[in-house]
Design a protein around this ligand. Structure first.
Ligand SMILES: [Zn+2]
Length: 96
């Protein structure tokens, strides 16, 4: 199994509330159509909402600095600079 699909499978098991998760982690969070939301990018000094996130799968991409990832856990790994395992634990604690 490839790492990305494994991450998504794990996230489905955790049933992360993506709207709550991203709205609590991102400034100027604004939900749009199709599960996509915009917000200020936490990975560069963003002045306009350049950051797009999917509240269902957790995928994210920044139109300004180009950072991107496929899932909630990859977002946590990048934001907190932690391993996959620690990222999962972060989400488990958040969920619980
Ligand atoms: Zn950015």
């Amino acid at each position: 199994m490839k790492p990305v699909s494994k991450q998504i499978a794990v996230m489905n098991l955790l049933e992360i509330d993506g709207i709550r998760f991203y709205s609590e982690h991102l400034a100027q969070f604004s939900l749009g159509n199709g599960g996509w939301a915009s917000a200020l990018c936490p990975f560069h000094n963003d002045h306009h909402p350049s950051f797009a996130v999917n509240v269902y799968g957790g995928a994210y991409i920044c139109r300004a600095c180009g950072v991107r990832g496929p899932s909630f856990v990859s977002f946590v790994m990048a934001l907190e600079d932690v391993s996959f395992k620690k990222g999962l634990r972060y989400l488990e604690n958040y969920h619980g």
